[in-house]
Design a protein around this ligand. Structure first.
Ligand code: PGA
Ligand code: MG
Length: 240
C-alpha cells in the first residue's frame, strides 16, 4: 500500500535516473571542435550538467561555471550542441543500477511517477523512450516546458497539475542542489541520490531531507515508512 500522504514522486533525469554525461560530453566536444576550440572531455562536463543546455554550452565556451557569452554566440553554440546531441542521444548513456527495478517496485506499490528535468523537453521525452521508461514516467516536464526551469517551482507544479496532485502529496527525487531548491520552492520534501552530478559538491552537505543510495533504496525507505504509518512519511507537511 502506498502512503496516503505522499503518493507522487517527481524524478530528476540526468544524474538521478540516467548517467547521460558521456553522450552530453561527446556532443559538447563536437560543438567545440566545430567552433575551432579544444574538446574538454567527460570529467569537466559531469560538473557542468544540471542547469539546462544553454548554461552547459556557456560553461563549455568559457570553462567557467558562471561564464557568460554574448547571446548570438550562445545561440550558435547551442544549436550545434543540440544537433550533435539529438543525433546521438542514447549511445553511451545508461540507467544507474537499481533504477529500473526501483521504478518497477514503486509503480507496483501504487506510486505515481513523473520526470522533471532541465533537459529540453523533446530530448527528455526521446531519452525516456529510448531508455524504455515511457510507461513508468507518463509525464515528462523539461527545462523549456514552463517559463522558468528548476530551481523554480514552476516545472514541479506543472507536473503535479498534470497528475491532478499537489505538493502535499509529492516528493522530489534528485541529485543536485538545484533539485533541493526546486523542491523547497514548491513546498515538498526532497530526497537525493549520492551518485549524480552535483557540481563537484557532496550532496550529503546540501540539506536534502534524505539521501538514498539508489532508487531501490528509495523504494525500501518509502515502503517501510508506509508500513509504519503514513503520517510518518512527511505526512504533516514538514520538510524533514
Ligand atoms: O541540465 C540539464 O540539461 C538536465 O539536468 P537534470 O535532468 O539534472 O535537471
Ligand atoms: Mg540532475
Amino acid at each position: 500500500m502506498v502512503p496516503s500522504s505522499r503518493d507522487i514522486l517527481l524524478f530528476d533525469l540526468d544524474g538521478t535516473l540516467v548517467d547521460s554525461a558521456p553522450d552530453m560530453a561527446d556532443a559538447v566536444d563536437a560543438m567545440l571542435v566545430q567552433l575551432g576550440k579544444q574538446p574538454v572531455g567527460e570529467a569537466r562536463v559531469r560538473d557542468w550538467v544540471g542547469n539546462g543546455a544553454r548554461r552547459l554550452v556557456m560553461r563549455a565556451l568559457t570553462g567557467d561555471m558562471d561564464g557568460e557569452v554574448e547571446a548570438a554566440r550562445a545561440d550558435q553554440a547551442l544549436t550545434l550542441f543540440l544537433e550533435a546531441y539529438r543525433a546521438a542521444l542514447c549511445v553511451r548513456s545508461r540507467l544507474y543500477p537499481g533504477v529500473r527495478e526501483g521504478l518497477d517496485a514503486l509503480r507496483g506499490a501504487g506510486f505515481r511517477l513523473a520526470c522533471v528535468t532541465n533537459k529540453p523537453e523533446l530530448l527528455a521525452v526521446d531519452l525516456v523512450n529510448q531508455l524504455g521508461l515511457a510507461a513508468h514516467l507518463p509525464v515528462v516536464v523539461g527545462g523549456d516546458t514552463t517559463a522558468e526551469r528548476k530551481p523554480s517551482a514552476q516545472p514541479l507544479l506543472h507536473a503535479l497539475r498534470q497528475l491532478d496532485g499537489s505538493p502535499q502529496r509529492a516528493i522530489m527525487v534528485g541529485d543536485s542542489v538545484n533539485d533541493i531548491s526546486a523542491g523547497r520552492n514548491a513546498g515538498m520534501p526532497v530526497y537525493c541520490v549520492p551518485y549524480g552530478y552535483n557540481h563537484g559538491m557532496n550532496i550529503r552537505d546540501a540539506g536534502a531531507d534524505a539521501v538514498v543510495d539508489d532508487i531501490m533504496a528509495l523504494y525500501r525507505l518509502l515502503g517501510s515508512a508506509s508500513e509504519r504509518s503514513p503520517s510518518q512519511l512527511h505526512g504533516t507537511g514538514g520538510m524533514g
